[in-house]
Write a new protein. Structure first.
Length: 62
């Protein structure tokens, strides 16, 4: 998952992404370190970041 990469490219802090997405801070931090989670959470984050689910979840090498 490219969550941290996309978030930082857009100049967003974790607290800002929490506000935009409604996803708890701890969940975002876990996703950034682990890289996997629920699809429903990923959809909310993709919407908040203005990217597709594919862009968020696929590594660029794939």
């Amino acid at each position: 998952m490219r969550l941290k990469e996309i978030r930082t490219q857009k100049g967003l802090s974790v607290p800002q992404l929490v506000e935009l997405s409604g996803i708890p801070r701890r969940t975002i931090q876990d996703l950034e370190s682990r890289g996997d989670g629920r699809v429903s959470t990923a959809i909310k984050l993709a919407d908040a970041l203005g990217v597709t689910l594919d862009e968020l979840c696929r590594d660029e090498q794939t």
